[in-house]
Design a protein around this ligand. Structure first.
Ligand code: GLU
Length: 487
């Protein structure tokens, strides 16, 4: 039976979303958009103790930043709501009750203390920790019920046989039921566990495909058993490959930021991030790497998702980001870089910055930027009143300070006499001047670069001087001359 495509991203608001979470969201979103289906965001907030303030907003912001819209979910009305599990508790209770009534689940009165002791003992004996099913026989239960403990509801996992399901990425999966324990469905606080809520909601929300990270694969046989017990048809499963660092260890801070929003703060473009994330486990072919959002929607398909671990290499992301930055029209680049400059330039630089000035600077930097946040450092000298550099830098390679002083004085003289302060005029003045002074162009330009920018490496000199403008250049060269004279 072919159901309409309805997929969901079901984050738990237990922290700031990391790149792996958002990759899951993206694959679901791409699949929905590719197949004309629905993309649903469902907040799985039933783990009260682990809920983190602000996490839901951070999750939604991450999606919005990458331009992933949702058809149903928080802030969007939908026919299957509410989309916060904490607002759906009666539905889970009802399902749990039905499972108990039909003999597929039972009330368990074991105290936390008993469970802890049991687990400690199992660990000591090097056995996998699991519930020993003490409350499964009715006699035990009745005896314990009298003790006034609030029970949990546990699933009656078949003691024999196998659970078989198909994963669209990994193929057929067979699990020995003896390896599964009687897992909890409803906790004593009345909240469902992930397993129960997830299955009930995927069913009620008519989810067609469950696409989620590999780490959930061990939960899937439990879900399949639950679907069966509830008489529901399970969705199709696709477990996405794990994401590792370039050293093939679990992705962590060592490999770069792990939270998506940190990448935004660092000046990665959403379109580059989207492109990069899409390639974490999916590929169109062996060579194509650059995909616009529309390309991705057009080409995305489940059969091109790999089984092998995806490698998160931040150097590749930076390369890709640089490429996207270079492709930006100047206007857009200026628009996007402004907030970074406002944020990162030293406080001594007067705000607000002139947009027009920034628009003249950016063509000089565009080629070199890997992230927008690098702009402030590279552009700082365009904005500073006083340059801060070591005097020694003013003395040209293989030159005396007298010769360097003379070079600066002669340059200043020439600059003052110019009628226009444009690149070409500067070049026509300064190249012959080097020769006149008996200097290599590199020597003269090096001194002028330091005097006007405070740096030994900067964008091409004449263009830089043109953007800095006559006044700033003259003022800076005068200051350099004064400093050289002091020594
Ligand atoms: N709430 C789970 C998570 O945080 C959802 C897993 C699933 O998609 O079933 O990832």
């Amino acid at each position: 039976m072919n159901r309409p495509v309805r997929v969901r991203y079901a984050p738990s608001p237990t922290g700031i979303p990391h790149v792996g979470n958002i990759r899951t969201a993206l694959f679901n979103w791409l699949f929905a958009r590719h197949s004309g289906g629905s993309f649903i965001v469902r907040i799985e907030d039933t783990d009260v103790a682990r809920r983190v303030e602000g996490a839901v907003e951070a999750i939604l912001d991450s999606l919005r930043w990458l331009g992933m819209d949702w058809d149903e979910g928080p802030d969007v009305a939908g026919a299957y709501g509410p989309y916060f599990q904490s607002q759906r508790l009666p539905l889970y209770k009802e399902a749990a009750q039905r499972l108990v009534e039909e003999g597929n689940a039972y009330l368990c009165y074991c105290s936390t203390q008993r469970l802890e002791e049991m687990r400690a003992e199992q660990t000591r004996r090097r056995e996998p920790p699991r519930y020993d099913r003490r409350c499964r026989p009715p006699e035990e239960r009745d005896r314990l019920a009298a003790e006034g403990i609030t029970p949990v509801v546990r699933f009656k996992t078949p003691l024999q046989g196998e659970t078989v399901f198909h994963d669209l990425i990994r193929g057929d999966i067979v699990v020995d039921n003896a390896t599964l324990d009687d897992f909890v469905l409803l906790k004593s606080d009345g909240y469902p566990t992930y397993h129960l809520a997830n299955v009930v909601d995927d069913h009620l929300m008519e989810i067609s495909h469950v696409m989620r990270a590999d780490e959930w694969l061990p939960s899937t046989p439990r879900h399949v058993l639950l679907y069966r017990a509830l008489g529901y048809q399970p969705p199709l499963y696709a477990h996405l490959p794990i994401i590792l660092g370039p050293d093939r260890s679990k992705l962590s801070k060592r490999h770069g930021a792990t939270s998506l929003m940190e990448y935004r703060e660092q000046g990665y473009l959403p379109e580059a991030m989207l492109n990069f994330l899409a390639l974490l486990g999916w590929a169109l072919d062996a060579t194509t790497e650059i995909f616009s959002r529309d390309d991705l929607v057009r080409h995305f398909s489940l059969d091109r998702i790999g089984k092998v671990a995806a490698i998160f290499d931040v150097r590749k992301l930076s390369w890709m980001n640089g490429l996207y930055i270079r492709q930006l029209p100047l206007d857009t680049l200026v628009e996007r870089v402004m907030p970074f400059l406002e944020r990162d330039l030293p406080p001594s630089v007067a705000r607000p910055l002139s947009r027009e000035y920034v628009a003249r600077i950016m063509p000089l930097l565009q080629e070199r930027l890997k992230t927008l946040a690098e702009a402030a450092e590279l552009a700082e000298f365009f904005f500073q009143e006083e340059l801060d550099y070591h005097m020694k830098l003013l003395v040209g390679k293989g030159m005396s300070s007298e010769a360097s002083l003379k070079a600066l004085e002669k340059s200043l003289e020439g600059l003052r006499a110019l009628s226009t302060f444009e690149c070409e005029a500067l070049e026509n003045l300064l190249r012959p001047l080097a020769e006149e002074l008996g200097l290599k162009t590199g020597q003269l330009f090096g001194i002028l670069r330091v005097a006007t920018t405070g740096r030994t490496a900067a964008p091409p000199l004449f263009q830089t001087m043109e953007v800095l403008g006559y006044k700033r250049c003259v003022r800076r060269i005068e200051a350099a001359i004064a400093r050289l004279k002091q020594t």
